[in-house]
Design a protein around this ligand. Structure first.
Ligand SMILES: [Zn+2]
Length: 264
């Protein structure tokens, strides 16, 4: 029951993120009613229910029948699933009995839960924005760096550790930027690398960079084989980086253990 509730909250939050991304791109204010991007008709509340409305309307606008992007239900669903996974990850109560005896749950787990919800929301925005418009916005990454630093310091991470991880993440892309004179990666990647460091700390920043490169290579080759992309076409690397950061936030310690277990 609790998990279902978290799932619904996640769906609504995903809906908000969609709206936020759209308005970020259109440079509109966050407030105001939603409307169809084509016919500009306001969307009634009953057509604006996350996930459900998309299914009932068969993915089309009620008025002009324009197809609604797959991005909307996908972001809602992924946000909801991630909310549930984070909730389980911190062993927060899932039954009434557990809630009653919830004094066993360390407060830090609730703060960690809140922290990861914020981190993951930021990463979803970066993921979609870079995928659609090949841009990593400083007005997202820079404030997120301050938030990540604040949360992690508050939760007892050493500033040296976070600094090292931020330099590692940012420096990794700075080096590529300098070597390629800005052809391989952009300035946005450098800031995103530093943000990843501040979110994950050392050594998990390495796990995330590693995962991003492996998944990027696999998908890149896959697209090449399917002839969907050419070598020259730009890869939205922020998309891989943010996805890898989400995975490491959720399962980083398990991945590291597994990896070290193979080596030693
Ligand atoms: Zn319409």
């Amino acid at each position: 029951m609790y998990l279902f509730f978290i799932f619904i909250v996640g769906l609504c939050f995903g809906s908000f993120l969609n709206c936020f991304i759209y308005r970020l791109h259109e440079q509109k204010t966050i407030l105001g009613r939603s409307f169809c991007p084509r016919c500009k008709k306001q969307i009634a509340w009953y057509d604006n229910i996350p996930l459900l409305s998309f299914i009932l309307l068969k993915g089309k606008c009620r008025h002009c029948k324009k197809k609604i992007s797959w991005q909307y239900p996908a972001v809602e669903l992924v946000t909801a699933v991630l909310f549930v996974l984070i909730y389980i990850n911190y062993q927060l109560p899932i039954t009434n009995d557990q809630l009653v005896s919830s004094f066993q749950f360390p407060v830090s787990n609730i703060i960690l839960f809140a922290r990861d919800l914020i981190f993951i929301s930021v990463l979803i925005i970066v993921f979609i924005y870079d995928l659609r418009w090949q841009l990593i916005l400083d007005k997202i990454t820079l404030p997120a760096m301050v938030i990540a630093l604040g949360f992690n310091l508050f939760l007892g991470a050493g500033w040296q550790n976070l600094l090292l991880a931020a330099i590692m993440g940012g420096g990794f892309f700075l080096a590529q930027y300098l070597i390629s004179r800005g052809r391989w990666v952009g300035g946005g990647d450098i800031r995103l690398g530093a943000l990843m460091g501040l979110m994950l700390g050392w050594p998990q920043i390495l796990t995330a960079l590693f995962l991003a490169y492996v998944s990027g290579a696999i998908i890149g080759v896959g697209l090449l084989v399917a002839r969907k992309k050419q070598w020259s076409s730009q890869v939205p690397f922020g998309t891989f980086l943010s996805a890898a950061t989400v995975v490491v936030l959720l399962w980083g310690s398990k991945i590291l253990e597994w990896y070290l277990g193979i080596i030693f």
